[in-house]
Design a protein around this ligand. Sequence first.
Ligand SMILES: Cc1ncc(C[n+]2csc(CCOP(=O)(O)OP(=O)(O)O)c2C)c(N)n1
Ligand SMILES: [Mg+2]
Length: 273
Amino acid sequence: MNKTEVINLQDKSRHIRRLIINEIGKLGVGHVGGSLSIVEALVVLYYKQMNINPANPKMEGRDRFILSKGHAGPALYAVLADRGYFDVSELDTLNIPETNLPSHCDMLKTPGIDMTAGSLGQGISCAVGIAKASKIKRDNAYIYTMVGDGECQEGQVWEAAMAAAQFKLNNLIGFVDNNGLQIDGTTEEIICLGPLADKWSSFGWSVQCIDGHDVEAIDNAILEAKKVQDKPSMIILNTVKGKGVPFIEAMGSANHSMPVSEEDRVRALAELK
Ligand SMILES: Cc1ncc(C[n+]2csc(CCOP(=O)(O)OP(=O)(O)O)c2C)c(N)n1
Ligand SMILES: [Mg+2]
């Protein structure tokens, strides 16, 4: 990636964070921390790597993204709106009655959402099925999925991991949002995941660990994952929950689902790095 591309993706990440803060601020409450931590990965996927067509969200043979940590829907909605899947003004309807943007992703409601998610562990399982189907159809699509680190405490994640390795799904590229926090504490104090990279690798995946806020590192890791021949890939993103807004980062797990007053919204936009 050249320097201009890096700067453009960094600027885009800042813009997406602004949309997320406004979107959740309008509602007054939401999953701020886990939305802000995945922004760079979404930006590299949706603005650089994925073969998609916002004018035709169901295009045959498209790449898919399954947000297994479905509670971070507001981050994905901001990206989809900015990419033109629907009007940016719809972000103001986040999680209100009759909305097309429920707090957790729903494929029957939102253009561009490839799989319903929110019950942790299920999204990655669906991604395995979709990747297997894509192999059978030989449509050469890549299937991407994002799981939370707390989500990796779900047994279902590891059933999915074993199946993906068994099927040699090298078209499946996963990310762990390794922000170290879940609802009510650190992953280490609740159910320690370490050593996470060794776990994924012993389940038969090719594994890379990178700075999850470095757009160039994310892009390179995806390119590396695409070279893997006979295994699925997992990219462990070392991230900060609430990334980009110092007072929200400092809240730790209290930023999981948090109230956002008008004062908080204005402060967050002012502090946004
Ligand atoms: C099966 C299941 N159990 C519990 C929940 C409630 N829940 C929603 S988010 C969350 C924490 C997830 O932590 P992590 O995967 O680290 O995501 P992050 O908060 O860092 O975005 C929990 C327990 C759920 N959505 N699904
Ligand atoms: Mg987490």
